[in-house]
Design a protein around this ligand. Structure first.
Ligand code: ADP
Length: 317
């Protein structure tokens, strides 16, 4: 029997315990119905979801354009570490422009909250899709992966490692175009020399767990996460899925996974996953190498076959 896809909370240096999360959401009160910065007014709409330290709301501007407003209560960022994390997310995200990355519109604050206005991804996340579909067609996974890889190629080219790529951080806009989001754990390569265990258990690369001597866990951890996501999309569960985190880590460190036989997945797809899930980061393909894999060069789909009905669609479409 297949285990449903689960995404645990990221393992950050300051772990988000359940209690801490409850405390944060208590601090993060619903923002006012009109949110204004010096030049613009946004009308708050429905809640889009809640993460580790932020709540997201739909907002519309005076031209009726919809955005997602990520709201962080100032009371929840009194700790130096948390404030630095938020600042780093803003600093990194605000300079990034790519069609496969959630657009950062602007950022401002009032007495209570910090607001990050983002491009609206009305079709929800890849996680929402997978929860509904369990697994998707290999051709659809291919179509999604190429957009994911395009976004990551842009990041890596600009020296940015996302470090928390997972189904829940990959979104779809109203045209089902893929957008990578949540730069809360992202780092620029030059600041990325030390080993801190971060990421989400099912997606953590082995060298992050072992602290193996490499050049510092870097671009290769994002590549690893692409492999995990391809596997999860076509087989309906991440390769190292286990009930408890320590078992996941054991399996990751020994690359202990197999391709389930109940799905008829092509050898080309398995080869890409196999190469990506290499124990040694240097053995993994780079983001540029990935585009040359036969999985992408042969029989490339022009569109996705799913229409995401049933997945989170903010309009109810
Ligand atoms: P975190 O606190 O983990 O960083 P986020 O603020 O990124 O959490 O996301 C909280 C929730 O808001 C997500 O689960 C997602 O459903 C929703 N969300 C985040 N960004 C967007 C977006 N750009 N468009 C639509 N929904 C979003």
């Amino acid at each position: 029997a297949q285990t449903a896809i689960k995404e645990n909370q990221p393992q950050t240096p300051q772990k988000n315990t359940k209690k801490k999360k409850e405390k944060l959401s208590a601090l993060c009160k619903t923002p006012p119905s009109i949110i204004r910065n010096s030049e613009r007014i946004f009308h708050r709409g429905i809640s889009l979801g809640e993460g580790g330290f932020a709540r997201c709301f739909e907002v519309t501007d005076s031209n009726d354009i919809r955005y997602a407003a990520k709201t962080v209560a100032k009371a929840s960022i009194v700790q130096d570490k948390t404030r630095k994390k938020l600042l780093s997310e803003i600093q990194i995200h605000r300079d990034i422009f790519h069609k496969n990355i959630v657009e950062f519109i602007e950022c401002f604050e009032d007495d209570i909250n910090v607001y990050i206005i983002l491009e609206m991804c009305s079709k929800g996340s890849l996680m929402d899709l997978m929860k509904v579909k369990k697994c998707i067609l290999e051709q659809d996974a291919k179509y999604i992966t190429i957009q994911l890889a395009a976004g990551i190629k842009y990041l890596h080219f600009h020296g940015i490692v996302h470090r928390d790529l997972k189904l829940g951080n990959v979104f779809f806009d109203e045209h089902y175009d893929l957008k990578i989001g949540d730069f809360g754990l992202a780092a620029t390569a030059e600041y990325n020399k030390k080993y801190t265990v971060c990421g989400t258990p099912n997606y953590i690369a082995p060298e992050v767990l072992t602290g193996a001597k490499t050049t510092g866990h870097s671009f290769e951890v994002d590549i690893w996460a692409i492999g995990i996501m391809i596997f999860a999309m076509v087989y309906g569960k991440p390769p190292f899925q286990c009930k408890n985190v320590s078992d996941i880590y054991k399996k990751v460190k020994s690359i202990d996974y197999s391709f389930p036989e109940n799905r008829n997945i092509s050898r080309d797809c398995q080869i890409l996953i196999r190469d990506i899930l290499s124990l040694h980061p240097q053995m993994r393909p780079s983001i540029d190498d990935i585009f040359d894999y036969p999985w992408f060069t042969y029989d490339f789909p022009k569109t996705v076959s799913f229409n995401l009905t049933g997945a989170k669609d903010i309009n109810g479409n």
